[in-house]
Design a protein around this ligand. Structure first.
Ligand code: NAD
Ligand code: ZN
Length: 363
């Protein structure tokens, strides 16, 4: 079991990762918040509750009130938040209530946002159940929902009181979800942790075979990396942007495929291939490093094939949220374990990188 401290100007809390956390959740939460309040709410999705609800619930002396969010991005909306808030009022929720977000990144983002505005803010705890939510979305305090105009356009920075990332719940996760989530760990290594890159290269069999020790190692390193970055730049005014490696082209690929063909992590995997190409062309990584890192991306694949026109992906890069004032920001690796943000990527450079990515992705 490992505990990683997150410290930002607005919050200090622990992220605990290891096995057997769900079974002992109530006690662990009490250690953080004191005695449990009269109303404890668990926001989850029906499928996660069916798999892990009993296991979690038996740790509570008094059963929590369970709220359900149907799976899928189309339920990550203001309408869901309003509906859930009304259910909480009806069930006697007050300003002292506690919310537990028990699920993947969607449940975490909706739960965090709901907690941030319910009665002007109640404490909440993240219990992420996908690999992606354990290493990425549950840490850092970003919460929010989608609008018909785009993803994550409404939200708040609102940190949980604690995060419990239980390795055991990953046992029921599909291989595809696991592989996609691992792309964010590949990213973590490339931008800030050379030792993680080496570990993931040398222990791919154990990690992909869900060996608990190997998973804990990769998850803890990824969380530590994110906690370190968020500590230095809570509001994404500078350094935090490096977490977006692979995300400029990744988001474009998601958009160009209508958010249907690929999981987020898979799109980021392809986006990293484009970013690595661009970095090699600019000389911020050597050809040997390019080959090594691209192999690492594919080692944790397979990434689904893509059949897209270059122009369609290029057009979609224009709409990335990370662009401010029309400047196309791009995160590029610098060697292995470091990264920087560049703003002067020319249209031809980007076109070459996207063409390279699509040529490989078509095969
Ligand atoms: N807040 C942030 O900083 C941040 C960062 C990255 C991503 N996100 C958001 O996270 C969301 C994606 O999260 P995700 O990848 O976890 O997807 P998800 O929440 O949709 O979960 C993926 C699927 O896995 C199922 N599932 C979850 N846990 C399971 C388990 N233990 N066993 C079996 N099935 C399980 C879910 O029901 C769902 O069908 C996106 O909405 C994205 O915008 C937020
Ligand atoms: Zn991501």
């Amino acid at each position: 079991m490992q505990t990683i401290r997150v410290e930002t100007p607005s919050a200090k809390y622990d992220v605990v990762t290891g096995s057997g956390l769900i079974e002992t959740l109530a006690k662990r939460i009490e250690r953080v918040v004191g005695r449990l309040p009269r109303r404890v709410f668990v926001l989850t999705s029906p499928e996660i509750w069916a798999l892990w609800g009993d296991c979690m619930q038996q740790s509570f002396a008094e059963a929590p009130v369970v709220l359900f969010l149907a799976p899928g991005e189309r339920h990550k909306t203001m309408a869901s938040v309003e509906k859930l808030a009304r259910q909480m009022v009806a069930a006697g929720g007050d300003r002292g209530s506690l919310l537990i977000a028990f699920g993947g990144g969607i449940v975490g983002d909706v739960g965090g946002f709901l907690a941030s505005i319910y009665m002007r803010g109640i404490p909440y705890v993240q219990v992420p159940t996908t690999f992606l939510s354990q290493v990425d979305s549950s840490v850092g305090g970003k919460t929010g929902v989608n609008l018909p105009e785009g993803k994550n356009l409404v939200g708040a920075f609102y940190h949980p009181r604690s995060v419990f990332a239980d390795i055991g719940v990953l046992g029921t996760l599909s291989d595809r979800e696991l592989h996609a989530g691992l792309m964010e760990s590949v990213k973590s290594g490339i931008i800030r942790d050379r030792a993680l890159v080496r570990y993931m290269e040398q222990h791919a069999d154990e990690v992909l075979g869900r060996d608990p020790k190997a998973l804990e190692k990769v998850i803890a390193a990824s969380i530590r990396m994110k906690a370190g970055v968020v500590h230095l730049d809570e509001r994404e005014s500078g350094l935090r942007m490096i977490l977006n490696l692979g995300h400029t082209v990744g988001h474009a690929v998601e958009q160009a495929t209508g958010y249907k063909a690929l999981l987020h992590g898979e799109a980021v995997g392809w986006g990293m291939v484009a970013a690595l190409f661009l970095a090699r062309e600019r000389g911020t990584i050597s050809n040997a490093q390019f080959v090594r890192l691209e192999n690492l991306v594919h080692l944790y694949g397979p990434l689904p094939p893509l059949k897209l026109r270059v122009a369609k992906v290029l057009a979609a890069t224009g709409g990335d949220k990370k662009n401010v004032g029309g400047v196309r920001r791009f995160v590029l690796p610098v060697g292995i374990g470091d990264a920087g943000v560049v703003e002067d990527v020319a249209a031809e450079e980007l076109k070459a990188a996207v063409s390279y990515m699509l040529a490989i992705a078509e095969k």
